[in-house]
Design a protein around this ligand. Structure first.
Ligand SMILES: [Zn+2]
Length: 208
């Protein structure tokens, strides 16, 4: 899997383009802003976008999703339990971050915990990791984990926004740290890290 990361929007959300270079298929994770730049970066890869995937329903992770979906013809994949939250422009902070009218989402793929997203010969496994929001998810490939706003380099997601829960985030982080191997961690904001680095250095490794 070949991965491109673009920092988009005022709070520098990491938007990822993950490509399966065998079949030239890609997924776009968290298109938070700047659809033209995301679409241009996708075109540079020579891959066709199969899915737009959202790690959770905060506006800074999805403000460009409609435009990217329209321009690429990709399908939308969202964790089922996050959908009501994602479609509530007050709770998902859309009204705070954008002056545009909120346009509701209708996913093509409603994800469940453990569900596989397949593009070309690449698979991402959905891992439900509530805490930052009720339906927050991570997506795991053979050697990486896209950790959204659940796990950051030496930090973790905030739990004071609607549907956040420090207890649930603590449990989710424990499950992530219990995964096998030293996966590369690709978070929703900030620098990349690794699971081993976080197992040793993350201040929240034994609880929020
Ligand atoms: Zn968030």
């Amino acid at each position: 899997m070949f991965i491109k990361c673009l920092k988009v929007g005022p709070i520098e959300t990491n938007c990822y383009i993950a490509c399966d270079k065998v079949a030239n298929k890609a997924v776009i994770i968290d298109p938070g802003a700047d659809a033209p730049r995301i679409v241009a970066a996708l075109e540079e890869t020579g891959c066709e976008a199969e899915y737009v995937i959202l790690t959770h329903g905060h506006a800074d992770h999805m403000l460009a999703a409609h435009e990217v979906l329209r321009k690429t013809g990709a399908k939308l994949a969202v964790f089922a339990e996050e959908l009501p939250f994602l479609n509530d422009p007050e709770r998902n902070c859309h009204n705070m971050m954008s002056e545009q009218q909120f346009e509701p989402f209708t996913p093509d793929l409603m994800l469940l915990d453990g569900e596989k997203i397949i593009f070309g010969e690449t698979e991402l496994i959905t891992m439900h990791t509530p805490g930052h929001t009720l339906g927050s998810c991570c997506f795991i490939s053979k050697d990486s984990i896209f950790s959204g706003d659940t796990l950051f380099r030496e930090s973790a997601g905030r739990t004071d926004l609607p549907s956040g829960s420090p207890q649930e985030l603590t449990e989710s982080l424990k499950r992530i740290f219990a995964l096998e191997g030293d996966l590369q961690v690709l978070p929703g904001h900030g620098d990349f890290t690794t699971l081993d680095h976080e197992r040793k250095n993350n201040p929240y490794r034994s609880g929020i």
